[in-house]
Design a binder for this molecule. Structure first.
Ligand code: HAS
Length: 567
């Protein structure tokens, strides 16, 4: 039976012919655990360097005492960006989706060797990229724009991480294909569908950075070419760079839509709408990259305006999310006795650290979204571009919406994976709140400092000779934020280490993955479970919005010599 002809009665997932055995659960949990372990390891180093960097801006330079191996502010900044933005996120997401897709489809891995190989390729890539980062041979920041050039091992390592993450996506799609054959006519469970859409979007997005590395940077690093075209490189990077941020955000949305309501007695306000939101992200995430290049000469204004317009379209699914996720949570709060226009908020499950961390993450994201829309406004961007406003923006998004949500997820996932009780809910709650206030202060001060005084980003502000006394209050505010973030990160690692390693804390009852039920037991329309139009639409829009400009950039590409290493 085709999906279109599916009767309503088959809406809920039918029992699968290949159920998950104890051994399957173990294999999935082990792989999830390894991915998450590496993610947390990366974050522990990345976050530490972030603290030192933030303190440097306030005039307290502790690198030589607390990170003596780091040769310059820029080496620290590169490691901070690569570990936090690329490694913590990618490993966490691959582990989380491996867990979610199989548990949501209730089906074992189709080709376990592929899942395992994917992890090994990613881990090998990380090791390879770590060498030049530590040896100060890749101080090129996480965006690695030419003419900066890193050691070849940096690019080769990142390539392996990306290829490994593609393999994770393929492995999940193979499992999905097998499930689809075993369950004809059944709607894909939301959690699996949303995770898979994110992985397909990632495959499309990473084509840009793959082309940049393979054709422009790696040949240079290997000494086969002596230059590259910076504009072409940046365009290929941002083709990837903006959907990258949705690769970070969408796993949080998977949880906010499909899990978080269940953690506060709520229901999914509209399951079809949640699916639509993910399809819209598939279509719109890539063709917006020029909004990172508003200030780049060489991209005609019309293309910048086209990408700016699509960017506003891309904010729409997030606005839908703001209303519908809030509605899903309100249903839960009212079921818990909440009353009044706003009084229900008090009845949300604030005692549960997993819930609280994610709700606080969503609140901060509302502000990160506002600054994102400001960035996307062509003329406003001219005021804030390359100022510390931008790190203010992305600490509310990837640093708060994504990272704090991932912490919240870990507060149920770690007990689930280890079979041990969380060490301890009170510590975890304190962690969530300190992260919330720390990020709020930090991001607020950077937004204002960038907006009012144009303080530049990616600069060792602590030693800037042009710093003026008016910056001082903002830097103090950011210092307070950083202190709270440092406390919060310490609490997070205590919770993780205590949960994983302390003996004798066996769970009394097994933990289940939270799954929010839809409010209405009606099937989503068939077109919301059909890949073809959405994937075709995504590819068509990419070709239209990037094709002509990329053709022109490739045709006119010049070889601009790579720069000597200055740090
Ligand atoms: Fe961005 C730069 C535009 C979202 C990350 N962004 C960056 C950079 C990063 C980043 C890392 O147009 C710096 C890159 C670099 O190194 O140069 N961004 C946007 C827009 C959005 C946006 C329009 N960004 C993100 C997300 C990120 C992220 C998400 C990471 C995860 N961004 C830009 C632009 C630049 C940029 C330009 C270039 C700037 C320049 O000049 O360099 C939108 O997606 C935002 C839409 C979001 C909303 C918010 C919806 C609110 C929600 C919360 C609901 C609350 C709930 C709680 C449910 C409209 C969903 C309820 C509470 C209860 C108590 C119940």
């Amino acid at each position: 039976m085709s999906v279109q002809a599916m009767p309503a009665a088959t809406y809920t997932a039918a029992p699968t012919p290949v159920p998950l055995t104890e051994a399957d659960h173990k294999a999935i949990n082990r792989l999830t655990g390894w991915n998450i372990g590496i993610a947390i390891g990366a974050l522990s180093i990345g976050a530490w360097l972030g603290v030192l960097q933030g303190l440097e801006h306030t005039g307290i330079d502790l690198y030589q005492y607390l990170a003596p191996g780091i040769k310059s502010y820029y080496q620290g900044l590169t490691i901070h960006g690569v570990l936090n933005a690329l490694i913590w996120t990618t490993f966490f997401i691959c582990g989380f989706f491996t867990f979610v897709v199989h548990n949501s489809l209730k089906r074992p891995m189709r080709f376990p060797w592929l899942n395992n190989l994917a992890f090994l390729v990613m881990a090998a890539g990380l090791l390879l990229a770590a060498y030049p980062l530590v040896m100060n041979l890749a101080t090129v920041l996480y965006t690695f724009y030419p003419p900066l050039l890193a050691d070849w091992t940096f690019y080769a390592g990142l390539t392996l991480v990306v290829v490994g993450s593609w393999m994770v996506g393929w492995a999940l799609l193979f499992t999905y294909g097998a499930w689809r054959k075993e369950n004809p006519g059944t709607r894909t469970p939301f959690l699996a569908l949303a995770s898979l859409i994110t992985m397909v979007m990632w495959q499309l997005a990473t084509l840009g950075v793959a082309a940049e590395i393979l054709f422009l940077l790696l040949p240079g690093a290997l000494g086969w070419t002596d230059g590259a075209d910076p504009l072409l490189s940046r365009s290929l990077f941002w083709y990837f760079g903006h959907p990258l941020v949705y690769f970070w955000l969408l796993p949080a949305y998977v949880s906010w839509y499909g899990m978080l309501p269940a953690q506060t007695n709520g229901k999914m306000f509209s399951e079809p709408l949640a699916r639509l939101v993910f399809w819209l992200f598939l279509i719109l995430s890539v063709p917006v990259g020029f909004h990172h290049q508003f200030a780049d000469p060489g991209i005609p204004q019309i293309w910048k305006i086209i990408h700016a317009t699509i960017t506003f379209g891309l904010a729409f699914p997030s606005l839908l999310t703001a209303f519908t996720v809030t509605a899903s949570l309100e249903i839960g709060a009212r079921a818990r006795g909440g009353k009044g226009y706003f009084g229900w908020i008090r009845k949300l499950n604030w005692g549960n650290p997993s819930y609280t961390a994610q709700n606080l993450a969503a609140i901060l994201f509302a502000f990160g979204g506002i600054s994102g829309i400001t960035n996307a406004s062509y003329n406003m961007n001219m005021v804030v571009h390359n100022t510390v406003w931008i790190p203010g923006h992305f600490h509310l998004t990837v640093g708060a919406a994504t990272t704090l949500t991932f912490f919240g997820i870990l507060y149920w996932l770690l007990p689930k994976l280890t079979g041990k009780r969380l060490f301890t809910p009170k510590l975890a709650l304190a962690q969530a709140w300190t992260w919330f206030f720390g990020m709020a202060l930090f991001a607020n001060s950077y937004h204002l400092l960038g907006l009012h005084y144009g303080a530049p980003r990616r600069t060792a502000l602590g030693s800037a000779t042009y710093a003026i006394p008016e910056w001082r209050p903002y830097l103090l505010e950011s210092g307070l934020g950083i202190t709270l973030l440092f406390i919060s990160a310490t609490l997070f690692f205590l919770v993780v280490v205590g949960t994983v390693f302390l003996p004798g804390r066996k769970l009394k009852e097994p933990i289940e993955m939270p799954v929010a039920e839809p409010l209405k037991e009606e099937p989503a329309p068939a077109w919301l479970d059909n890949w073809q139009p959405w994937v075709t639409g995504a590819i068509a829009l990419i070709l239209l919005s990037y094709g002509p400009m990329l053709y022109q950039l490739i045709r006119d590409a010049q070889s601009i010599p790579f720069a000597p290493r200055v740090w």
